[in-house]
Write a protein that binds this ligand. Sequence first.
Ligand code: ACO
Length: 329
Amino acid sequence: MIKKINTFISGTGSFAPPRVLTNLDLEKMVDTSDEWITARTGIKERRIAEDGTAPSDLALKASKQALEEAQITPDQIDLILLGTVTPDYILPSTACILQDKLKAKNAAVLDIVAACSGFIYGLSIASAFISIGQYKNILVIGVETLSKIVNWEDRNTCVIFGDGAGAAVVSATTEDKGVLGTFLSGDGSLANLLHVPIGGAKLPLTKENIELNEHFIHMEGSDVFKSAVRTMVNATEHIIQKVGITPEDVDLLIPHQANIRIIEALAKRLKLPMNKVYVNIDRYGNTSAASVPIALDEARRKGMMKEGSISVLVAFGAGFTWGSAAIKW
Ligand code: ACO
């Protein structure tokens, strides 16, 4: 009998640039306060990449850790899937740049533009490739340097975002463990609520539109907030039902770290106690595609995934995109 091929996470890694920007630092930059940021978002500090540090540099550090833990060499990677909305260049893809830096010479390469859901989109695509037997080891990454596309004079956005990278090696196994299922969704009709208006091929950069600050992130915060809660509840319930478990079976929920109030509202709707929900937003802010894999790596290093336990990953981001994954360890 042919055994089913499952996808398991054989290694994880993460990296955040060392420079810390605290809420007190931000008080000196815009009209805000530590009290407001802490109460409205749960963020206390975030990491900022130095000038000259590219997303591929952060991704390289996280990827090396993940490979070391998976005990594979770069030439054993069949595919690199890299989620980001802050690529090194418009072209070529950041996955290509990383492939060269990592010397992963046998890997196919692809960027995924799904904002904060980028890692879960990557995990889902990786799992599909592995299940059909096309690839054995896939490197899935979420990386951002949002500090470079944020308007540091706009208090509505600059207090929220941070930089970082998370990576996972996903590998084929015939053991009864790994990714139990994934769910992906999107709604492009809401694109204007969270976007960078110019700099693409529709509206290339000009001196005039740069002066209007349209090359930075624009966000309708409270509309995004409501959609985030709705879609992440929907995605979590969907995956729980799809893989045939109950909310009580979830040992750890790893949500996208966008806002502590979004995370608490999600936990409340799902009737999950907060001790089953991983939170690190206080230290990193919203790192978009990097948020879920950084949290995943931290939780693994803290020994929170016992053998046989079940974790659910869930994210929501610009697009809108959203998705979830259930994993048995
Ligand atoms: N400091 C002080 N006051 C502020 C700040 C600040 N940093 N930012 C906004 N305010 C003010 C506003 O100007 C507003 O003042 P007003 O009433 O006089 O107009 C007031 O605070 C309230 O603003 P709201 O937007 O209603 O505040 P809200 O409670 O919604 O919190 C926040 C704002 C934190 C942005 C919240 O809406 C949020 O987290 N939204 C979701 C963001 C998100 O999840 N993004 C995910 C995707 S990211 C991606 O895909 C890349």
